[in-house]
Design a protein around this ligand. Structure first.
Ligand code: HMG
Ligand code: MG
Length: 297
């Protein structure tokens, strides 16, 4: 098992999509550019969803045009449908992420489509992406609970993850959208999915509503996952998931990895500085415990 853990920094997308405070296009570009200098290999830059549904990221094309792409770093963007794929392609992206859920009600609330309907929407995207040389990541939301349905059967998570992988997604990110998971359940869910999709093709994506995200990540690392999604300063949340809070903070993940002797290639001090900068921009204290500790050290 490799000691390298790839962090997928989702702050510029998941972190800002639910933000009440208006963030300027220039600041979004600055956020991505600052993150690009920390050693991160994957930075989810923005989202080409409907601007009516997520007005916060209506400037996706401008943001993508403004960032300085560093070699060795990938900049995936969210796309919900072919229209989003076309906007992303026109912006010059090299990687997109499609998203669906393990819970039918949540998926309808988030994308106005049932799970199978959304999988059908992705088929042409995957086909075109193959021809266009675009890599596609896939998300499964509500893997440990749904704000509308409550418990989500693990079999439903496995089914959707398997479908995305079979369709050609190179990596499947398993999202605890509302942050209700606890370590044993998180590990069991991951292991069940890994029975059908290779562990090397899986990522975990925890929101920290109940303060369990770092514990969940530790349990999933023990089970063998080597890709972790997180957001600098712990920003984030899905506007269509009632009660969802921020993502696990990237600074806290890097600190955890360091302590476990795992390598992320990310400069913790630099990342923590960006977390403080972002928190100041959003007018609130950082959501990263590590960020706070380093500030006071
Ligand atoms: P809809 O209203 O059913 O779309 O929304 P439609 O196809 O009927 O089109 C209606 C209008 O939207 C049309 O415009 C389209 O052109 C336009 P009109 O003719 O009325 O002027 N439209 C678009 N415009 C720009 N870009 C597009 C696009 N698509 C349609 N891509 C849709 C369906 C899927 C578009 C909508 O529900 C949507 O955008 N949903 C996204 C919601 C979202 O972004 N949620 C957060 C991301 S997911 C998440 O956070 C979870 C994750 O972090 C993992 C986890 O934590 O679990 C990934
Ligand atoms: Mg999320």
């Amino acid at each position: 098992m490799t000691d390298f853990v790839r962090i997928v920094e989702v702050g510029p997308r998941d972190g800002l999509q639910n933000e009440k405070q208006a963030v300027s296009t220039a600041d979004k570009i600055s956020l991505v550019d600052r993150l690009s200098a920390t050693g991160l290999r994957s930075i989810e830059a923005t989202s080409f969803v409907s601007p009516r549904w997520v007005p916060q990221l209506a400037d996706a094309a401008e943001v993508f045009a403004g960032i300085t792409r560093r070699s060795g770093v990938s900049y995936p963007v969210l796309v919900p449908n072919e229209q989003g794929y076309e906007r992303a392609l026109a912006a010059g992206v090299e990687e997109v992420a499609v998203f669906t859920a393990a819970s039918e009600t949540f998926n309808r609330t988030n994308t106005n489509a049932g799970i199978d309907e959304s999988l059908a929407r992705f088929e042409p995207i995957l086909r075109r992406a193959g021809a266009d040389g675009i890599r596609v990541r896939g998300y499964v939301s509500t893997v440990l609970g749904c704000p509308y349905q409550g418990e989500v059967p693990v079999a439903d998570v496995v089914r959707v993850a398997r479908a995305l992988h079979a369709m050609g997604c190179y990596e499947i990110s398993l999202g605890d959208t509302i942050g209700v998971g606890t370590p044993r359940k998180a590990r069991q869910m991951l292991e069940a999915v890994a029975g059908e999709v290779p562990m090397e093709a899986l990522a975990v994506h925890f929101h920290d509503t109940y303060g369990q995200a770092i514990a969940n990540i530790a349990a999933c690392l023990e089970a063998g996952v080597r890709v972790v999604d997180s957001a600098v300063s712990g920003a984030g949340g899905c506007p269509y998931a009632k009660g969802a809070s921020g993502n696990v903070a990237s600074e806290d993940v890097v600190y955890l990895l360091r302590g476990l002797g795992l390598e992320s290639g990310v400069d913790l001090e630099q990342l923590a500085g960006i977390g403080r900068w972002l928190a100041a921009l959003l007018g609130r204290p950082t959501g990263s415990r590590t960020g706070k500790a380093l500030e006071n050290a």
